[in-house]
Ligand binder design. Structure first.
Ligand SMILES: NC(=O)c1ccc[n+]([C@@H]2O[C@H](COP(=O)([O-])OP(=O)(O)OC[C@H]3O[C@@H](n4cnc5c(N)ncnc54)[C@H](O)[C@@H]3O)[C@@H](O)[C@H]2O)c1
Length: 246
């Protein structure tokens, strides 16, 4: 599997699964556009990878600033053909159905659905014209099974699967594949720093492989879906959960 000659835009590339995607794709030879709102982590990732990837552009950007997002991506796409899009950036706003307020609910829908839709609208036309493109959307196993106290997040991640399948149907005959990956509990800085052990342990107990996943294990699947080897795979929602959810 190699990605020489491809240019991938990865959102939320400053840490966690997005950083792992940047590392794996760079190791396969892809050039990268890395977007994150955190300038420190973004420059750390970019500095580290500049030794391996041929070309890296890093953009500090809050993806929910739609005007700025459109301006930056319009500018980038006129310089080079972006043929791989990895919609990874996301965050959780926990809350049960009776307590979550509309503002928090919409924040979660925005980052997981409006941002990917905007990026797809910006980048898909050139992929279709070229007859080749790869879009990988990071959903979650909660998008299939739901999560107690996670109504906004689970709803958004289920929406990611609907978005994925709809775009897959629209773009398939033009050689563009669109897939979703559904991580289970995955070790990233946010999970390590903000999720209490009492919430992690029951998940691990219900995971047949008996442990948390590593970000690279999700990134390996994403890199495969972004490659030529995955040429007949589209409209899928593939769990990377160690079996949690079966
Ligand atoms: N880690 C898990 O257990 C897990 C499980 C299922 C799904 N996921 C999904 O995987 C994706 C990555 O998760 P993670 O755990 O690596 O997250 P993380 O919080 O560790 O990293 C997310 C990155 O996205 C960036 N980001 C967030 N909002 C942004 C914005 N508005 N503009 C620009 N950058 C922004 C952050 O700065 C951060 O660098 C998310 O979509 C998440 O929902 C994670």
């Amino acid at each position: 599997m190699e990605l020489n000659g491809h240019l991938a835009l990865i959102t939320g590339a400053g840490q966690g699964i997005g950083q792992a995607c940047a590392e794996v794709l760079a190791s396969k030879g892809a050039d990268l556009i890395l977007i994150d709102k955190n300038p420190e982590t973004l420059s750390q990732v970019s500095d580290k990878l500049s030794k391996t990837a041929r070309h890296i552009i890093s953009c500090e950007l809050d993806l929910t600033d739609e005007k700025r997002l459109r301006e930056i991506v319009e500018e980038l796409k006129h310089k080079a053909f972006i043929d791989i899009l990895i919609n990874n950036a996301g965050y959780d706003r926990p809350g049960t159905t009776d307590k979550i307020d509309t503002k928090r609910f919409l924040e979660v829908l925005h980052i997981h659905l409006v941002v990917p839709l905007t990026l797809i609208q910006l980048l898909l036309p050139a992929m279709r014209s070229a007859g080749w493109g790869r879009i990988v959307n990071v959903s979650s196993i909660y998008g299939l099974i739901g999560g107690k106290g996670e109504v906004a997040y689970s709803t958004a991640k289920a929406g990611v699967i609907g978005l994925t399948n709809s775009v897959a149907k629209e773009a398939g005959t033009d050689g563009v594949t669109v897939n979703a990956v559904l991580p289970g509990l995955t070790r990233t800085p946010t999970i390590e720093n903000f999720m209490a052990e009492k919430y992690k342990l029951p998940i691990i107990e219900n995971t047949p492989l008996g442990r948390m996943g590593e970000a690279a294990e999700v990134a390996n699947l994403i890199a495969f879906l972004a490659s030529d080897e995955a040429s007949f795979i589209t409209g899928t929602a593939i769990p990377v959960t160690g079996g949690w959810g079966i």
